[in-house]
Ligand binder design. Structure first.
Ligand SMILES: Cc1cc2nc3c(=O)[nH]c(=O)nc-3n(C[C@H](O)[C@H](O)[C@H](O)COP(=O)(O)O)c2cc1C
Ligand code: SF4
Length: 509
């Protein structure tokens, strides 16, 4: 009896020791939230490649992000070795729709990227608000920025990690439509998003309140305003925040009543068509001096045709257009909306960008893309299609520890990223994760700069639709220009544009 008792005591003491170690460490949210048990995840992850050879799926089968894509993001976020050995395991030869980036044999690219660097300085080629002469027009410091994800759908610690990471990496952090919280105030510069609920800038009746917007903008480093018309994962759909989730803090931030259900309508009440929307855009720009843009998914194209017609007159216009692909993420959406409403990024973006190009207006605004663009190959295709900047949403979540458990809608996120549960959220250490976000953003920029160098252009936004081809299985390929119906010369940099870009980048890279 004595020996088993001693063994049991020793085992319990050992487990207690492991649990204590897990609770005090700050690097791994899963271990902090699920002491001892959480270790299994890392053990399984370590032997995963060997196990998968025999029983489960390949490295490219998981969705929305494949295991290879997630591994690349995790390794980049930790500044670990993010190379892959032995050659590609993608089915390059037989997969239709596979993009191939074409390197140039001889090209003068100055300055070349540094091989030892973990980052690259890659500012926007265009000035945001420059074409319309906004008082606070500026050149974004980074071509990669953080997409709108509200405090409420993300935890306080996740928002704080992202905002601090945004400061460290010099990127813009979009607030999302849930208002501007204390967690957004850690030094990262902001794009304030105005959704249909006007959270943070609404009156008691839920209508847009300009005075509140101006006060809010003056209180934080807000560099631009984004009017959200729709989001790829749930276009044309309103939202409901149940009263139980309307904590005193959320009520204060959003300007709503504590404990009471809060609906965001599917459409704006401050404007009802393109004409009144452009009046609203000009009002915001005149009153705040900030560049103003819109974010939308792509469905019927009549909206864009009307927008282009109005913008061509020259007296009113948006400063940037964020196109969100139907494959984009959300905290929660009905399956039919996530799966089937709105075009995926490449098709939707190309339809819109080519309309602006046809009208000769593509140079007059900044095009921002989102929808799984936070991995280098997807980002390069976006640039080839005409994107000037890209936004990353879920990839930034992966960088702060998301394991793609896809439980964001349940409030049971095991890593503390997408939950308001205090115990789960406390596992996410905002300091440690802010460094990971910054590392990931920097590494993405560096890899984009390296691809640009291979293509023979000084900046990834200068990759043209002739530099990327889309494979048609094993039988052939066609350029992005041919596949998406771009005219010759569209989005192809002129020698003057290349020289200007080289001068802009100077010795910084
Ligand atoms: C948890 C979560 C919350 C989001 N909240 C917002 C939001 O408040 N406003 C918005 O415009 N988009 C929101 N989005 C969409 C993202 O900003 C982004 O457009 C989309 O996920 C595509 O980018 P990605 O593929 O890099 O994630 C949210 C996405 C996620 C995953
Ligand atoms: S619930 Fe899963 S997918 Fe959503 S943030 Fe958390 S770990 Fe990521």
């Amino acid at each position: 009896m004595r020996a088993p008792w001693i063994a049991a005591t020793l085992a319990a003491a050992g487990l207690a020791g492991l649990a204590a170690q897990d609770l005090v460490q700050r690097k791994r949210a899963i271990r902090r939230n699920f002491p001892v048990l959480g270790r299994a995840r890392y053990a399984i992850e370590r032997i995963g490649p060997e196990l998968r050879q025999y029983i489960v799926a390949s490295n490219n089968e998981e969705r929305p992000f494949s295991r290879d894509q997630r591994s690349w993001i995790y390794a980049s976020a930790k500044q670990e070795n993010n190379y892959f050995g032995f050659g590609t395991d993608n089915d390059v030869e037989y997969t239709g729709g596979y993009p191939i980036i074409k390197q140039r044999t001889f090209a003068r690219v100055a300055p070349p990227t540094r091989m030892d660097s973990h980052d690259a300085w890659l500012p926007s080629v265009k000035v945001l608000g420059g074409a319309r002469g906004r008082r606070h027009a500026f050149r974004p410091d980074s071509v990669v920025n953080i997409s709108g994800m509200s405090y409420g759908s993300l935890s306080a610690n996740a928002v704080r990690a992202m905002n601090t990471g945004a400061r460290l990496a010099g990127v813009l952090h979009d607030t999302g439509e849930g208002g501007l919280s204390a967690h957004h105030r850690h030094g990262g510069e902001l794009i304030f998003q105005i959704g249909t609920g006007y959270f943070g800038c609404r009156d008691a009746a839920g209508k847009f309140d300009l005075a509140r917007l101006k006060d809010l903008v003056a209180s934080a480093p807000v560099r631009a305003l984004e009017i959200k018309l729709s989001q790829g994962a749930k276009p044309g759909l309103g939202g409901m925040l149940p009263g139980v989730k309307v904590t005193p803090e959320i009520a204060r931030i959003r300007g709503i009543e504590e404990g009471v259900d809060c609906a965001s309508p599917s459409r704006h009440t401050a404007f009802g068509d393109v004409d009144s929307m452009l009046d609203f855009v000009e009002l915001l720009a005149a009153e705040t001096g900030l560049p103003v843009g819109i974010k939308t998914a792509v469905g019927h194209l009549t909206f864009f045709d009307e927008l282009i017609e109005a913008q061509a007159r020259g007296d009113r216009g948006i400063d940037f257009l964020t196109i969100d692909g139907g494959e984009g993420g959300t905290g929660a959406a009905p399956l039919i909306f996530a799966d089937s409403v709105a075009f995926p990024f490449r098709v939707g973006f190309a339809k819109v960008w080519s309309r602006f190009a046809e009208a000769g207006l593509a140079d007059d605004l900044i095009f921002i893309g989102s929808g799984k663009l936070g991995v280098p190959d997807n980002a390069i295709v976006a640039f080839a299609l005409g994107a000037d900047l890209i936004n990353v949403g879920r990839e930034a979540m992966l960088a702060v520890g998301c394991i793609q458990a896809q439980k964001c809608h349940t409030d049971h996120c095991p890593t503390g990223v997408a939950t308001q549960n205090r115990w789960l959220a406390h596992g996410l250490d905002p300091h440690d994760k802010s460094i990971r976000v910054a590392n990931y953003l920097g590494t993405l920029r560096r890899d984009l700069a390296r691809v640009a160098e291979a293509v023979g252009v000084p900046h990834p936004a200068l990759v043209s639709p002739d530099d990327v081809e889309i494979m048609d299985g094993a039988s052939g390929s066609a350029t992005v220009r041919e596949v998406y119906g771009y005219r010759p010369g569209w989005n192809v940099p002129t020698p003057a544009a290349i020289a200007a870009c080289e001068e802009l980048l100077g010795p910084h890279r």
